[in-house]
Design a protein around this ligand. Sequence first.
Ligand code: PEP
Ligand code: MN
Length: 335
Amino acid sequence: MLIVMDKDATQEMIQEVVAKIEALGYAAQPIPGGERVAIGILRNPRPVDPALFVDMPGVIQAIPVSKPYKLVSREMKREDTVIHLANDVVIGRGFVVMAGPCAIESEEQALTIARLVKAEGAQIFRGGAYKPRTSPYSYQGMGETGLKILDKMRRETGLLIVTEAVDHDSLKQVAEYADIVQIGARNMQNYTLLRHAGKIDKPILLKRGMYATLDEWLMAAEYVMSEGNSQVIMCERGVRAIGGHARNLLDLATIPAVRRESHLPIVVDPSHAAGRRDLVPPLARAAVAAGADGLLIEVHHEPDKALSDGAQSLYPNQFAELMKEIRTLNPGGWH
Ligand code: PEP
Ligand code: MN
């Protein structure tokens, strides 16, 4: 249920509604809008009777929210969420490119790739210090040393950092260094981790789980938001499918679908969807055309020597070419 307040409603009227919601044993979440405040009712096990609220002073409407997710839904918040980061980087308005290697391998590797993606116009550097690998024998990342390298990279290049937290311990560390904390596909339904991510003061890049429906993915975002962190960026990275010609099936329908259901920004990772570099640029262009707010792309200066995901990492010249093509498409007036 969403209680919509009159634009002239006083602070006392809003407080009265909040108090009534809490007296019923539910949680109240005031949502400031452009013109008026709305108050979301959360943690109600059953639908709430609108009659309880419609006659209260300052209330103009009580709208039942039909979806299981509340805070992430457009019903609750009509305007797009725009996330403002350091260095004037904005997600949810215009367009943003996050690029870099799958994993941080050394300071030299990170800085080399950071400089080249920055030269082409990327604003955020990606790279895992903690890697959730399918095999325990694969490269697991550099851990905190990798985070320190990322920090140095940011100081030297001005690029912001998106990097993954794989569990509660790494989340605490990653939150200290990163500008955006990534929750990977394999952890999209790790509800404990999602709750912890909801308590930190950093935006969360939430990858879609490889078998997740749109509703399950939005419910994962709801977990984060329900703990107080409203800065969630959805990231489509493909789902498991038959085929074999690509690592995953990139589901671009989620771009308009997420936009319809939610106010949260959505970016696309064509690299993990493709699994091979020749498929990445066409999928990236398609994501731009379908209205994504940004891209997350793996790039390596020596993909053949990469310790993880080399086959899907673009060569520097391919990345440069792709950036030119994206500019031609001019997403959100990006230049
Ligand atoms: C990644 O971006 O490095 C990654 C592991 O992606 P995903 O969680 O989408 O597999
Ligand atoms: Mn990868």
